[in-house]
Design a protein around this ligand. Structure first.
Ligand SMILES: [Zn+2]
Length: 354
C-alpha cells in the first residue's frame, strides 16, 4: 500500500513537472512569434518593387506575383497551400519553361510549390523557397484535361526512383525527362536544378553530346517526383545573399559517388529535434522582413497574377516578332492600382551585407 501511494505520488509529481515544462515552452514560444506563423498567414504579397532579402533558406521577398492556376501550358497543383508566388523573374521563367517544354514535346508542366506570398519560412515542407527564387515542378506530365481543385490536392506524383533503390526506374524514365531538365538548366538565370541522386546518375550515364548543362543539375535528397529550379539573386535585390557557384565540371565524379555510399542515408540520430522553422523568429531573418510583413497588400490576387484573366505575360504568342528582351512585366505588385503609398523596405547597411 505504501508503495502504491508512493508510486501515485511519483506519477503526480511527474505530471506536474510535465505540465510545468509544457507551459514554460509555450510561453517561450508566445513571447516571440515564430516567423513561419507570421509569413504562413499572409494571403497576398507586399506591394513594393520586387526584392529578395536574405538567403534561400532564411529570408523573405517583396513585390511578388503569382502564376495563374491554369495557363495554356501549365496547371498548378495543391492550390490550398497558396504557394504560387515568386519574384517576377521566377514566375516569368516558369511561364517560359512551360512554353519551351511544350515545344520540346513535353505535354505541359504541373507546378508544385514556389513561395508563400511574402516568402519566409513555411508551416510545413521546404527549408528553402523563402525568397521567391525557387520552384518545384513535377516529373509527371500535365494530363490532357483540366484537373479539378480536388484532383490537384489529392493526385499523387510518381517517383522516378525504383522502390528500395537509389536508381531511376527505367520503365518510367524517358528521353523527354532528360530534355525537360536540359531545358530548365539552359536558362542563364537558373543556377541550380535539384534532382534525386539517382536521376543525376542517370543523366551522367546517358547524356551524350553537350554535357555542359550537367553542371547545374545537383543531386539532393528527395526530388524523385519533382525537380527544383533555383534562379540567382535578381538585379535590384542588394539584400539577397548569393549561393556559392557550382564547381565547373559535370558533377558526375566523386561528389556524386558519395550519394551511393551508406553515409547520406543513415537514419537521423535525433528525428525529434526541432527544425529551423520551428525556432526561427523575426530576429532570425533579415531585418527588412519586418517591413515586408507590414507592407500593404495589392487590391486583389488577380491584380498580381500572371497568365490569367486576360493578362498576357511578356512573351505571350501575340507579342511582336522575336524581341530578345521582352522588357518588364506588364503587371506586378509595384504597378498595382493601389493608391496608398507603399513603404519600400530599407536597404541593408553595407557593413551588414553578408
Ligand atoms: Zn523545392
Amino acid at each position: 500500500m505504501i508503495n502504491g501511494v508512493g508510486a501515485i505520488g511519483r506519477v503526480a509529481a511527474l505530471l506536474v513537472a510535465v505540465a510545468a515544462g509544457v507551459s514554460a515552452s509555450t510561453s517561450a514560444m508566445t513571447k516571440e512569434p515564430l516567423a513561419k506563423d507570421l509569413f504562413g498567414s499572409m494571403k497576398l504579397p507586399a506591394v513594393s518593387k520586387p526584392q529578395s532579402f536574405g538567403f534561400y533558406s532564411r529570408g523573405c521577398f517583396a513585390g511578388g506575383v503569382a502564376i495563374a492556376t491554369d495557363g495554356p501550358t501549365w496547371q498548378a497543383m495543391r492550390l490550398s497551400r497558396n504557394r504560387r508566388w515568386g519574384h517576377p523573374a521566377m514566375i516569368k521563367l516558369i511561364e517560359k519553361l512551360s512554353r519551351d517544354a511544350v515545344a520540346d514535346g513535353w505535354p505541359g508542366l504541373l507546378l508544385g510549390d514556389i513561395s508563400q506570398p511574402r516568402g519566409g519560412p513555411m508551416l510545413t515542407g521546404h527549408a528553402s523557397h523563402q525568397i521567391g527564387l525557387d520552384a518545384d515542378i513535377w516529373f509527371t506530365p500535365m494530363p490532357d484535361h483540366r484537373l479539378t481543385p480536388q484532383e490537384r490536392e489529392n493526385m499523387s506524383a510518381v517517383s522516378l526512383i525504383k522502390k528500395g533503390t537509389h536508381f531511376v526506374d527505367d520503365r518510367l524514365w524517358t528521353p523527354a525527362h532528360e530534355a525537360l531538365l536540359k531545358r530548365a538548366a539552359s536558362y542563364s538565370e537558373v543556377e541550380r536544378v535539384l534532382v534525386n541522386p539517382g536521376i543525376k546518375k542517370k543523366l551522367c550515364d546517358t547524356v551524350t553530346g553537350d554535357r555542359s548543362w550537367l553542371r547545374k543539375i545537383r543531386p539532393f535528397w528527395g526530388h524523385d517526383y519533382h525537380f527544383h529550379v533555383r534562379i540567382g539573386c535578381q538585379p535590384g535585390s542588394n539584400g539577397c545573399k548569393k549561393q556559392d557557384a557550382t564547381p565547373n565540371d559535370d558533377g558526375c565524379g566523386k561528389p556524386l559517388a558519395w550519394w551511393f555510399t551508406e553515409e547520406p542515408w543513415r537514419p537521423n540520430k535525433n528525428p525529434d529535434a526541432p527544425k529551423a522553422r520551428d525556432v526561427m523568429t523575426m530576429a532570425s531573418l533579415p531585418k527588412q522582413c519586418r517591413a515586408v510583413l507590414d507592407a500593404p497588400a495589392p487590391e486583389s490576387e488577380a491584380a498580381v497574377t500572371l497568365g490569367s484573366m486576360g493578362i498576357t505575360t511578356a512573351a505571350a504568342p501575340s507579342a511582336e516578332p522575336a524581341d530578345p528582351d521582352p522588357g518588364p512585366l506588364p503587371v506586378n505588385a509595384y504597378t498595382s492600382p493601389l493608391k496608398q503609398q507603399a513603404p519600400v523596405p530599407q536597404p541593408r547597411p553595407k557593413n551588414n551585407n553578408r
